[in-house]
Design a protein around this ligand. Sequence first.
Ligand SMILES: Cc1cc2nc3c(=O)[nH]c(=O)nc-3n(C[C@H](O)[C@H](O)[C@H](O)COP(=O)(O)OP(=O)(O)OC[C@H]3O[C@@H](n4cnc5c(N)ncnc54)[C@H](O)[C@@H]3O)c2cc1C
Length: 319
Amino acid sequence: MHIRVIGAGVAGLTAALELAERGARVEVIDRGPHLGAAACSWCAGGMLAPWCERESADPTVAELGHRAIDWWLRRFPGTTRKGTLVIAQPRDVGELTHFARRTERFDWVDADQIADLEPDLQGRFHKGLFFTDEAHLDPRSALTALAARLVELGVSLRFGVEAPTGDRDVDRTIDCRGFAAQGDLPDLRGVKGEMLLVKTREISLQRSVRLLHPRIPLYIVPRANGLFMIGATMIESSDRGRVTARSAVELLNGAYSVHPAFGEAEIIEFGADVRPAFPDNLPAIRECGRTIYFNGLYRHGFLLAPAFATQVADAVFHN
Ligand SMILES: Cc1cc2nc3c(=O)[nH]c(=O)nc-3n(C[C@H](O)[C@H](O)[C@H](O)COP(=O)(O)OP(=O)(O)OC[C@H]3O[C@@H](n4cnc5c(N)ncnc54)[C@H](O)[C@@H]3O)c2cc1C
């Protein structure tokens, strides 16, 4: 079976891997000049936080998302499973109670336990929630690892290649173009996300830290070499690639309130992209002739792509 996957974001690469591992002959094409150049996946935080996401997401996200952690651990050794720490300033402690009511699989932690988990936060927060089983990864390293594994499996990966109009030369096409597929999927909308990458050696964190705030909740995800991803805004907009001054100020203020060392950090990158989302904010797989559309990953690209990629492969092999 010869399958063409269009799009080398997290949807396309996970689907290609599931298909290649089952023995299909797979090619991946992407219009970007190189991996990540035009992919929303490149901007992601990389939190694998199924139980935290329960706060605002459908229960399906936790049900399908928790399995993603093992999927990533098997395929990307850089996946870190050290939990998620959720904190709030003393004046916002009500936000923690609200978050706790809507989520599951956490322990309440006090100031000493917070200091044990994250010594650099000692004395800064009195109460928090610790989601022991959650994980995080660096999306750029994870996608690079998936691409390398695909090449090892004999998959052809080509960049700078626009999707062709016809599909007569392949048995099936898996369309993973993200928000660019909106023309074929009219109910797809964009939810803009802005993020920044900073570098500092003045603080180290072991795990993702979420700061709850009534207006501007944010998270900080540690990466290698003193890098931290700070994100992310959620704006109903399809305006890709522009970070507003307001968002930059709010994200930086939030990070500074987690630890003043972020005030001295070097800004490495500001980034923005558009999360592809369907009206129910859940991903979907839609078949149209020989094309399978895999889209709508919304804010759960790394969390839900493995489960849906498996469903894509099932659909290809069982039809
Ligand atoms: C700031 C931010 C933070 C986020 N944080 C998280 C997080 O912590 N955890 C999480 O799970 N998710 C997170 N997400 C969500 C996640 O990034 C998205 O759900 C995911 O990236 C969508 O992946 P995709 O593969 O569908 O689309 P994309 O990553 O956009 O990939 C689509 C690919 O298709 C290619 N393409 C488009 N049109 C064509 C064409 N005509 N021909 C050839 N190629 C084409 C593009 O070049 C692109 O590479 C975040 C998103 C943002 C913006």
